[in-house]
Ligand binder design. Structure first.
Ligand code: B12
Ligand code: SF4
Length: 487
């Protein structure tokens, strides 16, 4: 059989979140690695455009169309299913969106695969080859024994080339934030791959930079931290020395000087940390206890990362119940004051399959409900629900103004210089410079669309002035932590 593995495009954000860099769809590379012998695989990634798919879904080219998909790509995924069905090619969908709403996906695809599918995928391929694909397959949280979770590293899409390599060393996250689907999907306990298997895969990566996509690389407890440190020792000793990498973790890693030293030594130059908000009320709403516990110690923890030479990509969410239309500016101000090197502020988005989605639905707050069309709006760049202390339009405008600021003001070199002063690492500084330049480029692409939607940015308002003031912030600027409103 010839199998097309397809990552559908998230049309409305048009790559806004890909930081100007083409990042592999690891799930599809993992499935490719697990295809039984005798079948051929073509990977199509629509972040390089949808033309290749449109032109090539033909019976004489493919015998099976297998599609993954984020919620924001679901609308396009269903179009691909329609094309496949019209051409008479069996089609199947898996991944986070299909797993969250399998009944919906089943109305478009011949078959739906739910959850982690490493163990069942070879059987699905055999079923498809024998013409007996079932309507539904249920995956499981497999033990990550040798070969499970391993990707076909040399597989680039037929319609483009990735810029970095991705690898996953563990799955699962115990934190269970209300807006996130990971704990539901991958489980709370962290499952770890065998280290030898990871190192072997590490040395098969083909790009100079590796994104270690684990959701919580260092974990929140002693057991996983000990494992992560041993893994980093092994990467340092046996891993390809020309590889630099970055990953994702919770803020508590900033306390572990030994772990951070080991990370830098084996090539880590950045960690994505979800700070989410500086508002305690929001953190309570999000069920992010690890952040609430450490909120007063952020500076110390951030200094821990920087002291070891590692930069911070800070993820922030705007739109929690404690936020108003000035919160975007206040969050930016505080993030700059703390020295976060790369700042990403996105709209709170209740994803299907999360507790937040259930809650917002039961409160009647989600207004983007014309599915599947409206899934396309779940890009984290548009507000799809009614916030408590502002209107959805006010939040959207505040975010657009921030993008306008990012696109039109000079700030990249200032951040680069600050990273250099804090980390004294040339490679870390170059990493931050490249990422921030990417963000600026993406913001610039987005501005004309924002203006088409909301009109020209009004620069004579208190909200704009507050945002503009963020660029003048230094470490001496007063803190912006919002305390809970007294009961
Ligand atoms: C790496 C990553 C990214 C990378 C992108 C990489 C890429 N090219 O897509 C970056 C950092 C750019 C990114 C951005 C975003 N991401 Co992201 N990301 C991840 C992360 C951490 C890892 C993905 C991964 O590689 N997993 C490992 C592989 C092996 O797992 P998998 O893809 O789930 O595949 C398995 C199964 O799902 C199944 N499967 C998958 N596809 C298929 C298809 C078939 C046919 C079958 C049979 C089985 C199957 O089998 C695979 C093996 O078990 C996940 C969290 C997670 N743990 O998965 C979030 C996650 C996928 N991201 C998410 C989100 C929301 C986003 C953003 C919108 C966030 C934001 N703030 O902007 C953006 C949007 C990007 C865009 N396309 O527009 C959500 C998606 C949820 C949803 N319902 O859509 C996740 C699940 C995290 C969360 N918060 O809940 N992300
Ligand atoms: S800590 Fe990160 S991965 Fe874990 S549940 Fe929260 S947002 Fe999801």
């Amino acid at each position: 059989m010839r199998i097309a593995l397809i990552n559908p495009i998230t049309r409305l954000s048009d790559g806004y979140h890909t930081i100007g860099t083409f990042i592999p769809q690891l799930g599809l590379q993992v499935l490719a690695q697990l295809v039984p012998p005798g079948h051929e695989v073509e990977l199509i990634d629509e972040c390089f455009g949808a033309d290749f798919t449109n032109a090539n879904i033909r019976k004489d080219r493919y015998d099976l169309v297998a599609v993954t998909g984020y919620t924001s790509g679901a609308t396009r995924a269903y179009e691909i299913a329609a094309m496949a069905r019209k051409a008479g090619i069996p089609c199947i969908m898996g991944g986070p969106h299909a797993s969250a709403v399998p009944d919906e996906a089943a109305t478009h695809f011949d078959s739906v695969a739910i959850g982690e599918c490493d163990l069942i995928w070879p059987g699905i391929v055999n079923d498809a080859a024998a013409g007996r694909m079932q309507k539904r397959y249920q995956g499981s949280l497999a033990e990550l024994t040798a070969g499970i979770g391993r990707a076909r590293q040399n597989l680039d899409p037929v319609n483009g080339k990735y810029d970095v390599s991705c690898i996953q060393t563990s799955r699962g996250c115990p934190v269970g934030c209300e807006y996130c689907s990971v704990t539901n999907f991958n489980g709370a306990p962290i499952r770890r791959r065998p280290m030898d298997d990871i190192i072997e895969e590490w040395n098969q990566t083909t790009k100079p930079f590796i994104f270690v996509v684990d959701d919580n690389f260092f974990g929140v407890g002693e057991k996983h931290a000990v494992w992560a440190k041993e893994l980093m020792d092994r990467i340092g000793a046996k891993g390809n020395r020309r590889r630099l990498w970055f990953s994702q973790t919770t803020i508590n890693m900033g306390d572990d000087a030994d772990g951070l030293r080991k990370a830098y030594k084996c090539g880590c130059r950045g960690m994505f940390v979800g700070f989410e908000t500086f508002n305690r009320e929001n953190l309570r709403e999000y069920h992010k206890g690890i952040n609430r516990k450490n909120l007063d110690r952020y500076q110390e923890l951030i200094d821990g990362f920087h002291g070891a030479g590692i930069s911070l990509i800070g993820g922030f969410i705007a739109g929690g119940d404690g936020d108003d239309q000035y919160s975007v500016a206040d969050t930016l101000t505080e993030a700059i004051r703390l020295g976060v090197d790369i700042i990403q502020i996105t709209n709170l988005t209740p994803l299907p399959g999360t507790k937040m989605y259930e809650r917002f639905m039961s409160e009647g707050r989600i207004f983007a409900t014309n599915y599947p069309q409206d899934w396309e709006r779940f890009t984290f760049t548009e507000t799809v629900y009614n916030p408590r202390k502002m209107t959805a339009a006010e939040l959207d405008e505040a975010i657009c103004e921030m993008r306008y600021l990012a696109a039109t003001k000079s700030w990249v070199w200032k951040r680069t210089w600050r990273t250099w002063r804090m980390t004294r690492s040339l490679t870390t500084t170059l990493f931050v410079h490249g990422m921030n330049k990417g963000w600026k480029r993406i913001a610039s692409n987005q501005v004309p669309r924002d203006i088409a939607k909301f009109g020209p940015v009004k620069t004579d308002t208190p909200r704009w002035r507050r945002l503009l003031a963020a660029l003048k912030v230094s470490r001496k600027t007063p803190r912006q932590i919002a305390e809970p409103t007294p009961a």
